[in-house]
Design a protein around this ligand. Structure first.
Ligand code: ADP
Ligand code: MG
Length: 246
């Protein structure tokens, strides 16, 4: 068992944002969480990555309970979130940004900085090549395009050696071409690096184009979970998405 939530619930005051969700995410899967606005998708992600603490229920990662661990401890275990452009260093080059991410994760202190820089050179280049940014290595972080910033964010994240990558609306604000590139990268990393991807997305063509498994949240409750074709056939899901009274 890779990642599991057991009856996880999150209350914000009187509002129950996530209601008793029991779900397994399998290793190597590309797993989408969908649902209308306000369904609790981001909150559910935050319960997994540790940015929110559950009101009740459990989160287990590779058999170990992590329910109360802070986000940085979960990151060390391999649970990472990405595609938040805000974390890019605007005054560093693309190469330096990836290097900084790597050094920070490996806890390299200033004392060993110059030798570590040489040591990690190959790894930085490998990551840049993987995400298709090697020709931008010497460009400053704030002068690259929006789509390339998304690639850089992913590159920085790969330096933290993730096992589970949580992407909350990764294609938000992207053009259709950038969306295609980002989805291609997600597929590639799930295939080549064996990464497990958990993502939310409002664009159903993206979801059905890439997800191997889909779970549907509605008002904080899990109403469907399964292969794309099963979820698509679910009456309850259709009601929710067609604006019915479910
Ligand atoms: P989604 O990502 O599916 O759109 P969210 O998880 O962001 O949904 O929100 C679920 C519900 O929880 C919404 O009603 C939202 O207003 C509420 N909510 C989310 N975060 C907070 C918070 N930090 N404090 C209070 N209410 C919140
Ligand atoms: Mg959200």
């Amino acid at each position: 068992m890779f990642l599991q939530t057991q009856g996880i619930t999150k209350d914000f005051g009187k509002l129950r944002a996530v209601n008793n969700v029991t779900l397994e995410i399998e290793k190597g899967d590309i797993h989408a969480i969908i649902g209308p606005n306000g369904a609790g998708k981001s909150t559910y992600f935050n319960l997994i990555t540790g940015y929110h603490r559950a009101t009740s229920g459990k989160v287990l990662f590779k058999g170990k309970e992590i329910t109360t661990l802070p986000a940085y401890s979960r990151c060390k275990l391999g649970i990472t979130r990405s595609f938040q452009i805000t974390s890019i260093y605007p005054k560093l080059t693309v190469y330096e940004s990836v290097l900084m991410g790597l050094l920070a994760h490996r806890k390299v202190t200033l004392k060993f900085f110059s030798s570590a820089k040489k040591f990690f050179k190959e790894e930085v280049w490998r990551i840049l090549e993987d995400v298709g940014l090697s020709d931008q290595a010497n460009t400053l972080g704030d002068s690259i395009s929006h789509g390339d910033k998304k690639r850089l964010e992913l590159a920085i994240t790969l330096g933290t050696e993730p096992e589970l990558l949580c992407l909350d609306e990764p294609t938000c604000g992207m053009s259709p071409e950038e969306t295609d590139v980002a989805m291609g990268l997600i597929k590639k990393f799930s295939g080549e690096r064996g990464l497990t991807i958990l993502f939310t997305e409002h664009d159903m063509s993206v979801v059905f184009g890439i997800a191997k498994r889909i779970s549907v949240l509605h008002q904080g409750t899990l109403i469907a979970d399964g292969a794309p074709q099963e979820v698509r056939a679910s009456e309850e899901v259709q009601k929710v998405y067609l604006g019915g009274t479910a």
